[in-house]
Ligand binder design. Sequence first.
Ligand SMILES: [Zn+2]
Length: 137
Amino acid sequence: MTNIISICDKLDRAKLKKDAFLDERRQRAVENVFQRSCCAIECEKCGRPTPGACSKGGCPQQDDQRVPYHFCENCKEEFTDYIERLKGRGDPDCYWRNEAWLEVWSTWINHRAALDRHARSKEFARLLQEVKDSTPD
Ligand SMILES: [Zn+2]
């Protein structure tokens, strides 16, 4: 009898441990997405702190329609130059911004777009709902 209880107890504990691990992964998945919001205090590309996290309603970075990301000044300048180079222009003094550099930016933008698609997916919406339902008010 003791053995049966012991096995059940072990199974319960294993389930609780698995549930806790799943909860932790749910929480992390949500946090990862919200760290990339427009109100983030770090640059979306390089992670450096950015000045002036936006207050509700007026995000200074969103006023600049050419830069749809929350960047530090350096990444903002690079992104703007990247867009200019795609149009056949760009700053000629920055000779190191070559084909490989363009590829770095296009890869980052594609990666970022994939993250956005994931954040808008119905599976992610389900995750948000589950996390919301399991969070006490
Ligand atoms: Zn940056």
